[in-house]
Design a protein around this ligand. Sequence first.
Ligand code: RIB
Length: 290
Amino acid sequence: MIWNLGSINLDNFYHLAHLPGPGETITADRFHQGLGGKGANMSVAAARAAAHVAHVGAVGADGKWAAERLLEYGVDVRHIALVQVPTGHANIHVDQQGENNIVLMGGANLMISEQIIGGALAEAGPGDFLLMQNETCGQAFAAQTAKTLGLRLAYAAAPFSADAVMALMDQIDLLVMNAVEAAQLQDATGQDISDLAVDDVVITLGAEGCRWVSNKGKTDQSFDAYSADPVDTTGAGDTFTGFLIAGLDRGLPMRDAIDLGMRAGALMVAREGTADVIPDLKEIQDHDFS
Ligand code: RIB
């Protein structure tokens, strides 16, 4: 079982000829909206990977649709609170190469109370996963509660804050980062990834694949990426993480869970959008990755 303390956003996508520079005004070629938030994307990915995932979060009155959509996608939404603050949103710029930049408004994601988190984790049991990213409040309380209850803590360090990771470092079992975030963490701590007090670190490398540093097993392994035709990289990392944790939750060895996540990520970069277009296990099985 996966308990995901995570953000829920309305994603506004602006497709542009290029990403705007400072002071530049640019007209979008296309616009569309969808369900997003790193947290919601990971919950949907885990559900698409056949995990039982409960999302712990909050929306405003304008975001009831988002909780309903998560439910339709197979996510347990009983611990999503309705709060008196607008739902979070993200304005996402996507260029013609599929690269993006994102502006976030946290909104309800920053109003998740300890009561909501505690109420959810009261149902959790030893061996369950607590998954978190850095788009909500309540991370320290959730981590402490989860460790007391014997849960495994997986942390996706995005949006990156060295302070946020370091505050949780003693409690994290599995840390997921991209290469830029890993370099930032090394700068901030002065420590090599292999010296961190975290059992497993998974570093996504985009087209270069992925690296798994097992500090417990004293191994450092690389995995090649599957070929992909990127049109929009938004949410691909979240999809990877959701599938990775779902794989581990159902007992796959790390290598196989990483492989599953990389296949899901390769399909995801070829799609425009976020939570609404995350592939499921059947699509991954049916796809020819050779
Ligand atoms: O990682 C992609 C996500 O980042 C988007 O869905 C957006 O909401 C932001 O949280």
